[in-house]
Design a protein around this ligand. Structure first.
Ligand code: SIN
Length: 352
């Protein structure tokens, strides 16, 4: 029997295809199943997978909080609930993580509250500068009734709000020259998160606010599309922003915190026992999370102080009062756009 060259090629090609398909099936390459195939493993049908996507480095207050949450949940559920963490915007970034959450592509995110203000304008209250002055006040506010009220507002956009995590206070970092006096803001191209209050803040200081996704900041600094930003020390350090923004003013002018949230449908489908496991884990790590945020920011500040190329300045009382004076109209701006009771409630909780 003579086998033509054409038949031989077709036969070999088909065999390779069958082999690839078999291997792919065995390795779960062609299925959306996240769990590895295991003949002996039982109870897979009960397994719940939570994909948790975030944009910062793993060694930051949010990064380690996500890890702690994962460990607590997996231990409390005896491995039945699995939390898969995707840091550094490896899956979704500032522009698309909320939509991915709503679409159920992922089940959990923890964006800064500032990034939610376009959808929930009342959240702008937390972006007001020079209202929260120290860690104690910050913790009180993020665990108090106002924060519960803000988290409940997430229901209106079909998201389940779980808790707030902290990353402490924002500082001013800049390239070329420091920002210490109010005049230093003039014409600086300052990266901001999407928040009208933050935009107004830098307009009042006569700078140029430029909105950018967190994962674009490094490139935009390199390309000189921006030359300054407000951020926490841990974010400035862990993303190497200080290599370009080597002037850092410790201004503590605003806070940066995270709203930990879940796809509402996913939450609703969990039984009460599993919902309790998630809530207990968050409660158990609450104080730890605040302490870690302080510690990581302090450690990273020490590391930055050791960097010869980095200059760190402390905002003195006189300069700080000048910033406050320039920014005073922002409270009127806020009251025109958001119901003033939010600011009253915030001040009341701070003074409690
Ligand atoms: C984050 O801490 O999640 C990022 C904050 C930012 O966008 O500056």
């Amino acid at each position: 029997m003579v086998i033509s060259l054409k038949n031989l090629i077709i036969g070999s090609f088909l065999s390779i295809l069958i082999l690839i398909a078999l291997l792919g099936y065995r390795q779960n390459i062609f299925t959306s199943t996240i769990l590895p195939y295991d003949d002996e493993q039982t109870g897979l049908d009960n397994q719940i997978v939570i994909k948790f996507s975030h944009v910062v480095a793993e060694n930051t207050p949010k990064g380690i909080a996500a890890e702690k949450f994962k460990n607590l949940v997996e231990t409390k559920s005896d491995g039945r609930i699995i939390v898969q963490i995707y840091p550094n915007a490896m899956l979704y970034n500032d522009h698309n993580e909320l939509q991915a959450l709503k679409d159920g592509e992922i089940q959990m995110i923890a964006p800064t509250f500032s990034k939610m203000t376009d959808y929930l304008p009342n959240w702008q209250v937390l972006d007001l500068p020079f209202v929260i002055e120290n860690e104690e006040q910050l913790e009180r506010v993020l665990t108090g009734p106002l924060s519960d009220k803000l988290l409940d507002e997430l229901d209106s956009i079909n998201i389940k709000g779980l808790t707030f995590w902290s990353n402490g206070f924002k500082q001013m970092a800049s390239s070329d020259s420091p920002i210490i006096e109010t005049e230093d803001f003039l014409d600086k191209k300052i990266r901001i998160m999407p928040s009208n209050i933050l935009e107004e803040q830098f307009n009042l200081l006569k700078a140029n606010p430029v909105e950018a996704s967190f994962d674009d900041v490094f490139n935009e600094l390199e390309n000189q599309q921006i030359n300054a930003q407000e951020n926490t020390i841990s974010n400035i350090y862990s993303k190497n922003f200080y290599e370009m923004e080597n002037h850092i003013t410790l201004s503590n002018h605003g806070i940066l915190s995270y709203a930990v949230m879940m796809n509402h449908e996913f939450w609703d489908q969990l039984n009460t026992e599993d919902q309790t496991i998630l809530l207990d884990a968050l409660e158990e790590m609450e104080i730890w999370q605040f302490e870690q945020a302080v510690e990581i920011n302090n450690n990273n500040l020490q590391a930055l102080l050791r960097e010869e190329a980095v200059s760190i300045y402390k905002l003195n009382k006189v300069s700080r009062n000048k910033w406050k004076k320039e920014l005073f109209p922002i409270y009127d701006y806020f009251k025109k756009n958001v119901h003033p009771t939010y600011l009253d409630e915030l001040i009341q909780e701070i003074n409690n």
